[in-house]
Design a binder for this molecule. Structure first.
Ligand SMILES: [Zn+2]
Length: 102
């Protein structure tokens, strides 16, 4: 079962009544990949953490305006989208209240 990599996030694909989408990390040649990685590192307090090909972040950690819906209704991230709130990246010590955006 795929699930969100964020430590305190309970989003799991297919949860009844909850609409979450899971997004893969950007390719290695994209500069925002580093920000995604730092976002998770900050969350897990683990500075050596690195994503695998299967690692995913759920839509809860992105701004709504960064999520687009194609003709099929399938959600996708805008190019260059980074997780939100981004301030937890620069503040490794304060746990961010990442709830409340849905
Ligand atoms: Zn999540």
């Amino acid at each position: 079962m795929p699930s969100c990599v964020m430590y305190n996030c309970k989003s799991r694909y297919g949860n009844p009544g909850l609409e979450y989408s899971l997004f893969s990390f950007p390719n290695e040649n994209r500069k925002e990949r580093e920000i995604w990685i730092r976002f998770v590192q900050a969350d897990r307090r683990h500075e050596e953490w690195l994503p695998s090909a299967a690692t995913k972040l759920c839509s809860k950690h992105f701004r709504r305006e960064d999520i687009t819906y194609g003709p099929t209704g399938r959600p996708a991230l805008r190019k260059g989208a980074v997780p939100y709130p981004i301030y937890i990246v620069s503040s490794l010590l304060s746990r961010s209240p990442s709830q409340g955006c849905l």
